[in-house]
Write a protein that binds this ligand. Structure first.
Ligand SMILES: [Fe+2]
Length: 149
């Protein structure tokens, strides 16, 4: 891929139109919010080399706070509907938090940590999780609604 094309592609670090919807407004809003936060840090680290460490600490603290609240919200919903894949889904969430904390440890010790790679990892994990896991419970909820109605 040429440099121009790479830049063109990276301009849309997140394409908001392509974030799949689970049709629970506050959950969709949370998905947008932490993807937006990730995109903001991505832009920042592309343009700045000063204060990068401090900014990263602020960013990742906020990201982890938001995602923990979000995962709890989602898990409460799945519990309420007795979602058959509740345990597996929750494990996915827990593994993501673990991976983030491992990366933060690498950042703290200055080993094998690349800001650019890490923000791509966050983005890809979230987008994949929504389209592979969250969409499944969204379909299950719509199935429950149909069966009830
Ligand atoms: Fe989820």
């Amino acid at each position: 891929m040429g440099e121009e094309q790479t830049l063109e592609k990276e301009k849309n670090f997140i394409n908001y139109e392509e974030i799949e919807l689970v049709a629970i407004p506050h959950i969709d809003e949370q998905h947008r919010l932490f993807l937006k936060l990730t995109a903001e840090f991505y832009e920042f680290q592309n343009k700045n080399s000063e204060n990068l460490n401090e900014s990263f600490k602020v960013f990742i603290k906020k990201f982890v706070e938001l995602i923990k609240i979000h995962f709890l919200d989602e898990e409460h919903i799945l519990e309420r509907i007795s979602y058959p894949e509740y345990v597996e889904h929750r494990l996915e969430h827990e593994n993501f938090i673990k991976k983030i904390l491992e990366a933060v440890k690498k950042f703290d010790t200055g080993k094998d940590f690349v800001f650019n790679e890490f923000v791509h990892f966050l983005r890809d994990w979230v987008l994949n999780h929504i389209s592979l896991w969250d969409i499944k419970y969204a379909e299950y909820i719509s199935f429950l609604k149909k069966s009830a109605g």
